[in-house]
Design a protein around this ligand. Structure first.
Ligand code: FE2
Length: 333
């Protein structure tokens, strides 16, 4: 028997240093959404993953062609929101300008990212029930074009979370360069190219077509290696990445903590990581309560209990570990 975890609501309190900026428009799914499914999707085996790797994943979905999420009106409001948040942009090794934690600052962004309509629409595409990510830092992540045009907008990498989408807020037809691309291959193959110092071959880099602003590519983000190429002409280029968690908490948690310690404020990250891992353990504890076998075998009962609290123990170790050696996983431009 497989029980599903319950989605977490957005926290009802804000971390220190964050406040809602006050906005003229409230998110309205009827006016601001326009949900149109993809024409095609790739599965993990299409990228070369084998059954042993796929069975540990929450879904065998890999990547979609463009889906429409925002209406024209939705794009217009979201662009205003993104521009107003740009003053909070930070940088990291991979990305020069990005805003995280925007859902603690914009109610419009928060309500879009938490939208039930979008979540159910994506659950159909992921082929597994999902909820908006338990860590608000993984909601409504905004990427802006770098000031340095020699830099890729984002280097080849896989995500620190499992399921997400990349939504184009700028009109892609007006951009020169700045192509979102994914690698037709596995993470191991990307690593092999990187180890040999060979760039990922152009013929294995797919640039899906974004018909316009408001369209997104849905992604199994920790399994599909992807990047955004450099812009060849200076332009405003804004994308929004929203993360999701599978409601089946029995699958292995793929969220990475270490990379985030380099980019996110610790007073927010540590609490969010604790919340995320506690949520996973709650799901496993529910499963235990429903399925624990009647047995006098101490080892079996102990194993069930240990497994149910393993996520919390991991979080305790992560938060107390010395992170001086933390590094960001990527494969370069
Ligand atoms: Fe990514």
């Amino acid at each position: 028997m497989q029980s599903l975890n319950s989605p977490l609501p957005f926290p009802d309190r804000l971390p220190d240093g964050y406040h809602y900026q006050g906005e003229p428009v409230k998110f309205d799914p009827v006016r601001h959404l326009q949900l149109e499914p993809p024409e095609s999707v790739l599965r993990l085996d299409d990228l070369g993953y084998g059954p042993d790797q796929i069975k540990n994943c929450s879904t065998d979905f890999a990547v979609s062609s463009a889906v429409r999420l925002l209406s024209d009106e939705g794009v217009e409001v979201m662009l205003d929101v993104a521009r107003s948040l740009k003053k909070y942009a930070v940088n990291c090794e991979r990305i020069e300008n990005m805003v995280r934690g925007g859902t603690y600052q914009s109610e419009f962004l928060r309500d879009f990212c938490m939208s039930r309509e979008v979540t159910e629409f994506l659950g159909e595409i992921f082929k597994t029930p999902v909820a908006p990510h338990t860590m608000p830092l993984h909601l409504g992540h905004l990427n802006f074009a770098p000031d340095d045009l020699d830099r890729a907008v984002d280097k080849w990498h896989y995500d620190t979370l499992g399921l997400d989408y990349v939504l184009m807020l700028s009109d892609p037809t007006e951009l020169q360069g700045g192509d979102f691309q994914y690698f037709l291959g596995t993470r191991d193959e990307a690593q092999e190219f990187s180890d040999k110092g060979i760039p990922i071959p152009e013929e294995r880099a797919v640039s899906p077509n974004f018909p316009g602003a408001g369209y997104a590519i849905v992604l199994h983000g920790n399994m599909v290696v992807h990047r955004t190429t450099r812009l060849t002409q200076r332009a405003e280029r804004i994308t929004l990445v929203n993360g999701y968690v599978p409601l089946n908490s029995q699958v292995e948690d793929v969220c990475r903590f270490s990379d985030l310690t380099l980019v996110d404020p610790h007073h927010v990250l540590f609490a969010e990581w604790a919340r995320h891992k506690a949520w996973l353990s709650v799901g496993k504890l529910h499963q235990l309560i429903e399925t624990i076998p009647y047995t006098d075998d101490r080892q079996i009962i102990t194993e069930h209990l240990k497994r149910a609290i393993a996520d919390i123990e991991t979080a305790i170790d992560d938060i107390n570990e010395d992170k001086d050696n933390a590094s960001m996983i990527h494969y370069g431009d």
